[in-house]
Design a protein around this ligand. Structure first.
Ligand SMILES: [Fe+2]
Ligand SMILES: [Fe+2]
Length: 192
């Protein structure tokens, strides 16, 4: 089975955009955080988070189906490959998220984008970010308008947690890679 080093190499081969790379690292961190919480293998679950948008930059029309044979050829586990397929439900495929990994990936994808965007408009970044600030921005549809609110809502249903609890988990996941994502208070200070 390919490991994280292989997955990072694949990501860097396919994705040039720094923003998209950060998004993939962010989702990886959130999914890994859930894996640990749920007693699952973060090294396996993390691969799904890391690679879920592998073909988005090169083949936006075909995403995520162009990446699937690539992942299969390289020997990624079937549960990882299926999670990548299911994250695009329902707009880009009819495989609905069912397994725990599929639900978690789905629930973390768009929400990670929103949490990331919240960090960029706060002087302290993710350092003391609270769920209530994220909820405020979730309701303000003009903020980070590219974040699909309907997918956030569907993710919440799928993961079956209370909204603030899920948001807190995603914050905790992203905070663990805050330095790499450059969303800490010190990064904000450097920006201004
Ligand atoms: Fe995607
Ligand atoms: Fe994504």
């Amino acid at each position: 089975m390919p490991d994280r080093t292989d997955a990072v190499a694949l990501l860097e081969e396919w994705v040039e955009s720094e923003a998209l790379r950060k998004h993939m690292y962010a989702v990886e961190a959130a999914v890994r955080h859930y894996a640990v919480k749920m007693g699952e293998d973060p090294d396996v679950w993390g691969l799904a988070g890391l690679l879920h948008d592998l073909d988005w930059e090169k083949f936006p029309q075909e995403h995520p189906h162009r990446a699937i044979p690539v992942l299969e050829e390289r020997g990624y586990p079937a549960e990882v490959v299926r999670a990548v397929v299911a994250h695009a439900y329902p707009d880009r495929g009819d495989v609905a998220p069912e397994s725990a990994l599929e639900r978690v990936l789905y629930a973390c994808d768009e929400l990670s984008g929103l949490v990331y965007a919240c960090c960029l408009v706060r002087p302290s970044g993710i350092d003391d970010l609270k769920p209530r600030s994220v909820v405020k921005k979730l309701k303000d549809r003009s903020f980070a308008a590219g974040v699909h609110r309907d997918q956030v809502a569907r993710g919440l249903e799928l993961i079956g947690l209370e909204r603030n609890e899920h948001i807190q988990n995603v914050i905790d996941g992203l905070r663990s890679v805050g330095e790499q994502l450059q969303i800490r208070g010190v990064d904000q200070a450097a920006r201004s």
